[in-house]
Design a protein around this ligand. Structure first.
Ligand SMILES: NC(=O)c1ccc[n+]([C@@H]2O[C@H](COP(=O)([O-])OP(=O)(O)OC[C@H]3O[C@@H](n4cnc5c(N)ncnc54)[C@H](OP(=O)(O)O)[C@@H]3O)[C@@H](O)[C@H]2O)c1
Length: 344
């Protein structure tokens, strides 16, 4: 028998993508249940060629669930993940709630799959922030070759990273511009249509935003605590796909050609880097794809051993749903979990 999988937040951007990816990858599940809030009771969501009716998280009994893919925000995860883990399911959580907990592994399978074994302490595994996930996929193979000292990254993050209401807000505001209607800001602090906003998440005492801080602490936890990183995170009026302009300073020399060759052979990476108009990947093209695309790889002569590059990926897939499902696949392939019903 296969596994029983619960998707919490199944009506959301990430939850719907999780259901698609479970079906696409023929995940070894006998049963998949879709859970959301009271608001969504009975709402139908697609799972491959089937339709699932959403059940309410508050009333759900997790006793026979093997894997819970959690994607309903930090407050819900804080309350529910320990309870679900206590019922014997492994929780793979997409929120920021557990990422810095030393007893919870923070995993990007292409980078630190071995750390997954630490899940037994709390029964919870954390998925990183969407911007961190694609960044570390591109950095890891270069770090192995030339050891990264410092990273400076500017992000161009799509509105889907802020949930389904944020996508609706970009759509409604764009329409309102053309119909000369009033423009309402709810999810974003300023208008997002035909604009860019240099703030994602709240401000911290030193003037950085929490999103920028997450990129720093998560990169250190996943890749190497010695790496120094400075991020500027910006929301842009793109529906799906995060882009990053990345500048890296290495300890040892590395040429752009070497970096291109290394990244061409690295798991999860696809290099599209032609020095001609359009010879790079944009977020529009990466939507619906699994890879982290790397373009515009070039040497930066203003620092010793410097490289610059452009990194793009689908934030709902590698940045969230796909990464979570790849973590579940690592657990299964390494036989770290067994289906309860089989074991009984
Ligand atoms: N979007 C990304 O690129 C991305 C990347 C990495 C991590 N994440 C994280 O993933 C999580 C979900 O993001 P999202 O973009 O999918 O958000 P979203 O589109 O706003 O969806 C939120 C989901 O959570 C459910 N939910 C909310 N309150 C609930 C409750 N009390 N009980 C049960 N379910 C509840 C919602 O159900 P209802 O429809 O019933 O309200 C909905 O299914 C967040 O923690 C986010 O930070 C997102």
């Amino acid at each position: 028998m296969g596994f029983k999988v619960a998707v919490v937040g199944a009506t959301g951007n990430v939850g719907r993508e999780m259901l698609d990816i479970l079906a696409e990858r023929r995940f070894p599940a006998d049963e998949v249940v879709a859970l959301a809030s009271q608001r969504s009771i009975g709402t139908e969501v697609s799972f491959g060629d089937k339709t699932l009716k959403c059940k309410v998280l508050d009333h759900y009994d997790f006793t026979d669930v093997d894997i819970c893919l959690m994607s309903a925000g930090s407050a819900v995860s804080k309350q529910w993940s320990p309870r679900i883990a206590a019922a014997g399911a492994v929780v793979i959580d997409n929120s920021s709630c557990w990422r810095t907990d030393p007893d919870v592994p923070l995993i990007v399978p292409e980078v630190n799959a071995d750390a997954v074994a630490g899940f037994r302490k709390k029964g919870i595994i954390a998925n990183p922030n969407c911007s961190t996930a694609q960044l570390v996929v591109a950095l890891k193979p270069l770090h192995d070759k030339a050891k990264i000292k410092r990273v400076v990254v500017a992000t161009y993050q799509s509105v889907s990273g802020a949930g389904k209401e944020a996508m609706d807000e970009l759509f409604a505001q764009t329409k309102a511009v053309f119909t000369v209607d009033e423009i309402a800001n709810k999810k974003f602090p300023k208008r997002i249509a035909f604009n860019v906003i240099p703030q994602i998440d709240t401000f911290m005492e030193d003037g950085t935003t929490r999103e920028e801080w997450k990129m720093l602490v998560e990169t250190k936890k996943i890749l190497d605590p010695k790496i120094r990183l400075s991020a500027t995170c910006v929301r842009v009026p793109v529906f799906i796909g995060h882009s990053e302009a990345v500048n890296v300073e290495f300890e040892r020399p590395i040429t752009a050609d070497e970096a291109r060759d290394i990244l061409r052979n690295a798991p999860g990476c696809l290099v599209i880097d032609k020095h001609e108009p359009g010879g790079y990947v944009t977020p529009y093209e990466c939507a619906g794809e699994d890879a982290t695309y790397i373009s515009r790889i070039r040497e930066d002569g203003t620092v010793e051993n410097g490289l610059s590059m452009w990194v793009v990926s689908d934030n709902l897939r590698k940045g969230a749903a796909l990464n979570a499902i790849q973590i579940a696949e690592v657990l299964i392939n390494r036989k770290l979990i067994q289906a309860k019903r089989k074991a009984a």
